[in-house]
Write a protein that binds this ligand. Structure first.
Ligand code: NIG
Ligand code: FE
Length: 405
């Protein structure tokens, strides 16, 4: 087969983190037609294999492009006032019960046009890209009507067309009870199941469906109805689970073969076992834990013991985690949750990809899609150790150089 020379790219002497492990010796990496086609350690590489390849770099640390598997990136307005209230001692749940919190972002998001939402979201997206993200999940959940949820999902899809990033979308209609359904949460869940999910599925706007199972949101029985509707429409499932209390939502998600249970500070061993048996990924969100000044730690040791894969994500949102800085989130995962730097980095690469049902992403193997980052550091652990923007030397998306310093 003849090769198109401009599509072959080569990196030499990189320290390689492949999504799960750091390779022991410096590696040479060859990319062709958007895929990794060769990985050699020193001594294995034969110069004729570099024929017609563009030399793109030497040295540094190469990782898979970062996979941020949980974000609420699309929204209007901000919640700085609520941040100040929380600092004065008002809790997240109290603010929510008083009609603020998520519902305050719902008011701003409903009032915004698609163009305004794109414009508001692009700087946040650009910040994620500049720190190495190549795959991003974006949830709806600030529309809470059929039209406004679909509007958010369309904006999310549009962001993926405007920038070199893979965007996966998640319908989070069951995020909060909108004011027009006050006192009728079952009626709202019926709308989510009978209208929102079918419409999002028919228009191809959602890759998955999420729920917020919590005393300030929806009950396990209501979330189960949402899962059943999602399954009828062939959509993957995930849950905001055990964030403020133990509702058994992680086990419920596992029972429905959910891709992930996210937050999970209050998860117990039975929930961990259910996740292990189902292959449901634990998504850790240390940004939200930090911003809410939570004290209940997720059960990291139990997750390790039962071999539940742990993903790490930004949860970028205007309330609990206004953070668009993925390597800061790696640092928080280590400092707050005591993950090792390798665990944190796997959480934002290989395991983040599994939480999205895309195990082909977040790895560097022969045959992997060439979504890669080249960092100006000596060893992968530095990504979690130092909080320092500007270390991304190159970002490679589907084999193309998209950021080069
Ligand atoms: O992941 N917990 C619910 N949902 C978001 C927060 C949304 C918000 O406060 O705007 C979360 O923390
Ligand atoms: Fe979230």
């Amino acid at each position: 087969m003849s090769l198109s020379p401009q599509l072959r790219r080569l990196w030499r002497d990189v320290t390689l983190f492949d999504g799960l492990c750091v390779r022991p010796a410096p590696m040479t990496v060859l990319v062709e037609d958007g895929r990794v086609v060769g990985l050699w350690s020193q001594g294995e590489f034969d110069e004729h294999q570099a024929e017609a390849a563009i030399e793109c770099g030497r040295g540094g640390v190469m990782t898979p492009g970062l996979v941020d598997c949980h974000s609420h990136l699309v929204y209007a307005g901000n919640r700085a006032g609520e941040f100040e209230q929380r600092l004065e001692g008002v809790s997240y749940a109290e603010i929510a019960r008083a009609g603020g919190g998520i519902l305050s972002t719902v008011r701003a998001t409903r009032a915004a046009s698609e163009e305004q939402l794109v414009e508001a979201s692009l700087p946040r997206l650009d910040a994620l890209l500049a720190d190495g993200v190549t795959t991003l999940e974006i949830k709806s959940g600030y529309g809470l009507s059929v039209a406004d949820e679909l509007k958010m999902l369309r904006v999310a899809r549009r962001l993926g067309q405007l920038r070199p990033v893979r965007v996966l979308t998640t319908l989070l209609g069951a995020h909060a009870l909108p004011p027009e359904f006050a006192g009728d949460s079952d009626g709202y869940i019926a709308l989510v199941c009978n209208e929102m999910i079918p419409a999002a599925a028919a228009e191809g706007l959602a890759d998955a469906v999420d729920v917020f199972c919590e005393h300030i949101a929806f009950s396990p029985a209501q979330c189960e109805r949402v899962f059943q509707a999602a399954q009828r429409h062939g959509l993957a499932l995930k849950a905001h689970a055990e964030q403020l209390s133990n509702q058994g939502a992680s086990a419920l998600a596992a029972r429905y073969q959910g891709l992930s249970a996210d937050h999970i500070e209050f998860l117990d061993e039975a929930g961990v076992q259910a996740m292990a048996a189902a292959g449901t990924v634990a998504v850790l969100l240390p940004g939200a834990f930090h911003c809410l000044r939570e004290t209940q730690l997720p059960p990291i040791e139990l997750l390790r013991r039962h071999k539940v894969p742990m993903a790490v994500a930004s949860d970028a949102n205007p309330g609990t985690s206004p953070i668009c800085f993925p390597t800061l989130v790696l640092n928080l995962a280590c400092t707050l949750f005591r993950l090792t730097p390798r665990e944190a980095l796997s959480g934002m690469t290989a395991h983040g990809a599994r939480a999205l049902g895309r195990p082909d992403l977040g790895r560097i193997e022969v045959g992997s899609p060439a979504d890669l980052c080249l960092w100006d550091i000596q060893q992968p652990a530095e990504l979690a150790y130092a909080v320092q923007p500007g270390r991304l030397r190159q970002r490679i998306f589907k084999g193309d150089l998209t950021h080069a310093c």
